[in-house]
Design a protein around this ligand. Structure first.
Ligand SMILES: N[C@@H](CCC(=O)N[C@@H](CS)C(=O)NCC(=O)O)C(=O)O
Length: 214
């Protein structure tokens, strides 16, 4: 099994978190050239990363679907909790983070360059981000991980997304957007100590530094 990934992409970081946390037998590699190159489009016609390629050649795109596939393919990994209410809470966390936290982040991505920044778009982005974090806060608990006491699909969604929330706060001089969402903030403090999360975050931060420098 192969995962086409790059270190900076929050979407590609989601399955990498699952692979590292559960030591899954998946070979991680960069796409061969540009995402829109003929070579990569022959692998994933959507021209996006991540893409998981199974040993029989089946291609699975979309980070959420890839992590769900890994949970199904490796049931002993514990990537998915076992109790229905915990499964539902894990799914809610991943969905709310994607729909309401990451979606507002997508607008902020385009505003990183101060020379072309539109202050109104930034303000709207942060208003939506704050509302998304408030929604997410509803489903967080004092559990050691997002759900329970080990990494699940919910942590795989949260770690890369929250990393970018922190980056947005710094880049736009807004402080820590998570601070007033106390359960999210406490989770963020805890999860960074997990070895798999630390590995993914280290890769993302190094790639971001290189991108900003060049
Ligand atoms: N919904 C997709 C989003 C994937 C995505 O947009 N990845 C970016 C990299 S961060 C990409 O491939 N962008 C190239 C493009 O959209 O053309 C997922 O969850 O995997």
């Amino acid at each position: 099994m192969k995962l086409y990934s790059n270190d900076l992409s929050p979407f590609a970081s989601r399955p990498r978190m699952a692979i590292y946390a559960k030591d899954l037998p998946v070979h991680i590699l960069p796409p061969p050239g540009d995402l829109k190159s003929a070579e990569y489009l022959a692998i994933n016609p959507m021209g996006k990363i991540p893409a998981l390629v199974l040993d029989d050649g089946t291609v699975i795109p979309e980070s959420d679907t890839i992590v769900e596939y890994l949970a199904d393919a490796f049931p002993a990994s514990g990537l998915r909790p076992t109790k229905p209410d915990e499964i539902a809470r894990g799914r809610l966390i991943a969905r709310v983070a994607e729909l309401y936290v990451m979606a507002s982040g997508s607008n902020l991505f385009g505003q990183m360059n101060p020379a072309t920044r539109d202050a109104a778009v930034v303000e709207e982005g942060f208003t939506k981000l704050d509302s998304g974090l408030a929604h997410l806060n509803l489903f967080m608990t004092q559990d050691a991980y997002a759900v329970g006491d080990s990494v699940t699909t919910a942590d795989c969604a949260l770690v890369p997304m929250l990393m970018f929330v922190g980056v947005f706060g710094m880049v736009f001089g807004k402080g820590d957007p998570m601070a007033r969402h106390t359960k999210v903030a406490a989770y963020w403090g805890r999860i960074q100590k997990d070895p798999a999360a630390a590995k993914v975050l280290g890769e993302m931060q190094a790639a971001l530094k290189a991108r900003m420098a060049g």
